[in-house]
Every structure is written in C-alpha cells, then in structure tokens.
Design a protein around this ligand. Structure first.
Ligand code: PGA
Length: 338
C-alpha cells in the first residue's frame, strides 16, 4: 500500500562526488593504491543508489487514482457500426460499476457523433492531435497548431469541441506514422496547455524486450514527455497525464504480458516518475496496461497493485466485453484493499 507520508528522496549530489574525489586524491597522496579506494567508493555509491531505488519502489509501489479504462477504437467503424456500439455501451451503463473512469476513442470522423450520443459516463478521447514535427522552437512558443496544416486536427479544436481526453504516442502512430519520442513530448505538452487530459502510450518491441532494453526505451519515451512539460509554460503534469504501458508485441496479437512483467514495468515507471518528476505525480499518475486485454484475462491483471486500468483495442468494439473490462475495477480495489 502507498504510505501516506511522503518520503524524503536522498539524492547522490555532486557535492558527495567531490568529497569522494577529494578523499581519493588524499589517499593516493598517502600512498594507498587508488584502485582499492575507487572500488570501495563505487560500492558505497552503488549501495546508496540501490537503497534509494528500493526505498522509492517500496514507497511509490501503488497509485492513488481511480481505476481508468479506455477503449481505443482505432481506424474502425462506419456510421452503422458506430451507432450500434454506442447503443450497446449505453445499454450496458446500468451494469458498469461507478468506481471507474472510462473513455472511448472513436475516429475523428465519429468523435462528435459519439460525444453527442454516448452516455456521459463515457468520456470521449481523440486518437491524436498534432504539432509541427520539425519546428525549431527553443522558447517553446508553439502556441498555435491551427492554420495551413492540411489533414491535421489541433488540440485547440479538441478544446473547442470540449473533448476532454487525447491519446498520444500510440505505438501504431510511432511505428507507422513517424511520431518520435520528441514529437510525442511536444504533443503532450501542447495538449496539456489546452487543458486536455492526455493518455500517453509507451512500450517496447519484442526485440527490445529480448535484448534487455525495455526500460531504456520506456524511460527515454517518458523523459521526452517530462522534458517538454517542464519546459512548456502553462503546461503541467498534475494528475491529468495517464500513462498506458503497451508492449508492442502484445498489441492485437492475443499474447498478453504476464502479470509479473506488467507489475515490474508499472512499478518501475512509477519509480521513474518519483525520481524524475515528483513523488506526488508518481502517486497521482494512473498507469494503464494495454495489449490483448479482454473480458477473460482482465480480472487477473486487475489484481496487480500497480495497474490503474486498461487501454483496450479489439475488445472495446464489443459493448458487453468492454463493460466487463470496466468492472475489473472492483477486482482491483478489493485486491489492494481500497
Ligand atoms: P488490443 O490493442 O487490445 O487490440 O491489443 C490495444 C491498443 O492498441 O491500445
């Protein structure tokens, strides 16, 4: 469980390094072999780092936010099938627990219809918003993304339409449409600037998992977001950025990450937030899992302490299944004693 009292994070400060360097020089002058001292000093530094990591992991091993489930409809649907899905979801509303936040991501074309016709319990979420990829803007003044940008949708427009959420950095956009870490960071900061809540997707390929770089990849993706939010005036992290951990090898493949894999990644994401953003943000940020979640496997995953919800693709196109996945919220609260 999350401890109520915030921990003081012990940082290995530059001054402790200079102290050690000074000690090393002194001891070398006294004739003691430098390598012994160096190893000893490195042990101390590594032990401190390890203790700090363990402490942060322990303290922020669980979020405090409401369970949140998203339905990513991707590039699916026509007027008839979207209407049928909206009707099916509305029909299910009475069966869906009240302890869960829910959002649905139709295509831009169907966004307004869904917003007007879906029960207000389901928030609508755009699947993207744009900023200029190669904008050289050291002052972070990319204030307007409206204008001569044929085919794009801006955060300003989503704000105007009162669309509360936007999904950014989905792996399909990263791999098929060229969204880099940097551009995802800019999109997140710009959308936050316009008051949108953001769901930002992170995750590794199978190759990256197998070559042991999962955390390098995810932390780099997170760093790009944190940097832009930090630099961007009037943008903020708050509790309005949801992270969706979606291992690319699990998306649409029927191959779900194991509970151990999910828990490990989620707790490390939370620790990263505690170390690199703040402990308050680490506690408040909801971390969803996405990748072949369905009505049958959601309960097992929901028991994990560090899962704060799901991002669902295929199974979100079926109203009954999606409702069942939303109801995994109760399994989660029971498992973590909330
Ligand atoms: P899936 O998709 O549930 O069909 O695997 C998840 C996603 O891409 O968000």
């Amino acid at each position: 469980m999350m401890r109520a009292a915030a921990a003081t994070t012990m940082k290995t400060t530059p001054s402790s390094y200079s102290y050690l360097t000074a000690r090393k020089t002194m001891t070398q002058n006294n004739g003691t072999p430098a390598i012994t001292i160096k190893n000893h000093q490195m042990d101390n530094i590594n032990n401190n780092r390890r203790r700090r990591r363990q402490r942060i992991l322990h303290i922020v091993s669980e979020g405090t936010g409401r369970f949140i489930v998203g339905g990513n409809w991707k590039c699916n649907g026509n007027r008839e099938s979207v209407k049928a899905l909206v009707d099916a979801l509305n029909k299910n509303i009475a069966n869906i627990e009240k302890n869960c936040d829910i959002y649905c991501c139709p295509t831009f074309l169907h966004l307004n219809y869904v917003k007007e016709n879906l029960d207000a319990r389901f928030k609508v979420c755009a699947q993207n918003s744009w900023v200029e990829a190669d904008l050289v803007d050291p002052e972070h003044h990319y204030d307007s993304t409206t204008g001569a940008f044929t085919g794009e949708i801006s955060a300003e427009m989503l704000e105007d339409l009162q669309v509360p959420f936007v999904l950014l950095g989905h792996s399909e956009r990263r791999t098929l449409l060229g969204d880099t870490d940097e551009i995802v960071g800019k999109k997140v900061a710009h959308a936050r600037y316009h008051g949108l809540s953001v769901v930002v997707c992170v995750g590794e390929t199978l190759e990256e998992r197998e070559n042991g770089t999962t955390f390098d990849v995810i932390f780099k993706q997170l760093k790009a977001v944190a940097k832009e939010i930090d630099d961007r005036e009037h943008s903020s992290w708050g509790s309005s950025v949801v992270i969706a951990y979606e291992p690319i090898w699990a998306i649409g493949t029927g191959k779900v990450a194991t509970p151990e894999q999910v828990q490990e990644v989620h707790s490390k994401i939370r620790s990263w937030l505690a170390e690199n953003v703040s402990e308050d943000v680490a506690k408040a940020t909801r971390i969803q899992y996405g990748g072949s979640v369905n009505a049958s496997n959601c309960a097992d995953l929901a028991k994990l302490s560090d899962i704060d919800g799901f991002l669902v693709g295929g199974a979100s196109l079926n109203g009954d299944d999606f409702a069942a996945i939303c109801n995994a919220s109760s399994v989660h609260y029971k498992a973590v004693g909330r």
